[in-house]
Design a protein around this ligand. Structure first.
Ligand SMILES: Cc1cc2nc3c(=O)[nH]c(=O)nc-3n(C[C@H](O)[C@H](O)[C@H](O)COP(=O)(O)OP(=O)(O)OC[C@H]3O[C@@H](n4cnc5c(N)ncnc54)[C@H](O)[C@@H]3O)c2cc1C
Length: 405
């Protein structure tokens, strides 16, 4: 009934991605991570290379040149992304995610206008904007008062729709050419019933990047505040059905365990570094791995990774078998992956002793990356939702909304 063997085909995909991580992503990320200005940190070189080797197309629907792979393979690739650099590789995951979203939610006009022209553009990047300054968790765990949730408003005006308001913490905005924006189209009802998705190209008049935030970790995935001031888009840019944006986004399940799997990659990278160091660093006349406390720490790190990986694989397997869909396991995969990254990266810093905190060693970067992974869709909220779902006590919609991180 259960089979954990990795096939030759899966191994080949993983080797291809791992080679790209080793040759291009990790060295580039180590350098760009040190760039002070977040607006100068966008990993263009890596994205262009990913386009040139066919990686950007890999995870797309077949109609756009993607390679059909099962969910567990995708999950293995996400782990490689996390082990390479969790921030910059999120741009690729988001590209796959956003194109699938437009393909599923939209029509032929959207496919011809916002997918096909960008497939061969080596600088095509997508952003997905839901969060607002006053609507963070409220957009994940809907607080069903009409004045709560996203308030950026979209009003029809002849052949156009006019957007006014602010979105914030939107990943990859500094490089994105296409923004999927969730706007209120009815302010008299809870936002879950009054939200519509639109597509806003980056050069649209009235739309601007107002501020780029600097990040502790995950630094190659800059997040920004977006302002819409009488921003007019053609009415054809309406992506979801009117007032159905939240329901359609909630039904879109692609990529739900990806963040957990990418965080798992951070944990694995930290573990590999710590194990190597423990085998070579000599104190007390022997490699520190031969001291029982360090060996125990290494054992516990491996156990933490394995527990998270098993749950993430189960979530991926369930995603492949819709009759086995399990929202609890999907959330567990997200939480366990993120917590494994944080715990293992912290232990790795401890095993390195003093050098663990040096910026040229690389292990402190993994701890910063791991900590940033705790925040999008706060883990405590995920755990709380699980408790309510299990107890049957949650009133109103419960959605795992899939924004990038
Ligand atoms: C790196 C990063 C990338 C992101 N990328 C995107 C993106 O691409 N697109 C996008 O739309 N958004 C994005 N976000 C925003 C992200 O989804 C929000 O940060 C998240 O939803 C939490 O909102 P908040 O930060 O305002 O925290 P708040 O909602 O203010 O929460 C603060 C604290 O209160 C707790 N809390 C809040 N409400 C409740 C409740 N009802 N019950 C119990 N506890 C509660 C939370 O657990 C948290 O600990 C990103 C954020 C980060 C950090």
């Amino acid at each position: 009934m259960v089979d954990f063997r990795i096939t030759e085909e899966q191994r080949a995909h993983v080797t291809w991605v791992r080679d790209f991580m080793d040759s291009t992503v990790r060295p580039m990320a180590a350098e760009l991570d040190k760039v002070v200005d977040p607006n100068e940190r966008f990993p263009w070189q890596m994205i262009e290379k990913a386009h040139s080797i066919g990686l950007m197309r890999f995870g797309l629907p077949e109609a756009y040149g993607g390679t059909p792979v099962d969910e567990v393979t995708m999950c293995l690739i996400m782990e490689e992304f996390g082990a390479g650099d969790v921030g910059s590789t999120g741009i690729i995951a988001q590209y796959w995610n956003a194109i699938s979203l437009i393909d599923r939610m939209g029509n032929d006009f959207h496919r011809d206008t916002f997918i096909r022209p960008y497939l061969d553009d080596p600088r095509s990047v997508y952003a997905l904007a839901l969060t607002e300054p006053t609507a963070g968790t409220d957009a994940q765990l809907p607080y069903d008062s009409p004045e709560a949730g996203p308030l950026l408003e979209a009003v029809p005006d002849g052949d156009e729709v006019v957007l006014n308001g602010v979105k914030t913490y939107i990943s990859y905005s500094t490089g994105a050419n296409v923004f999927i924006v969730f706007a209120r189209t009815d302010l008299s009802v809870p936002f879950t019933e009054g939200l519509t998705a639109f597509i806003v190209p980056k050069d649209t008049p009235g739309f601007r990047l107002a501020h780029t935030f600097d990040l502790m970790g995950h630094r190659l995935a800059p997040i920004a505040r977006l302002e819409f001031d009488d921003c007019r888009i053609p009415k054809e840019n309406q992506l979801s059905a009117w007032n159905s944006g939240f329901a359609e986004l909630s039904r879109f399940t692609i990529g739900r365990y990806w963040v957990g799997a990418r965080c798992l990659g951070v944990a694995r990278a930290a573990f590999d570094m710590a194990l190597e160091y423990a085998k070579n660093r000599v104190q007390g006349g022997k490699p520190i791995i031969e001291h029982q406390m360090v060996a125990r720490q290494i054992g516990e790190m491996a156990m933490t990774i394995e527990a998270a990986r098993t749950t993430i694989w189960k979530a991926a397997w369930a995603a492949q078998h819709p009759d086995q869909a399990d929202p609890i396991v999907l959330r567990m995969a997200r939480v366990l992956g993120s917590e494994a990254a944080m715990k293992v990266a912290l232990d790795a810093v401890r095993i390195f002793g003093g050098p663990g905190t040096f910026t040229d060693v690389g292990v402190e970067k993994l701890l910063r990356d791991a900590a940033t992974g705790l925040h999008p869709a706060p883990l405590d909220v995920q755990l709380m939702i699980m408790g309510h779902v299990l107890a049957g006590t949650r009133q109103g919609p419960v959605a795992q909304v899939n924004v990038a991180s």
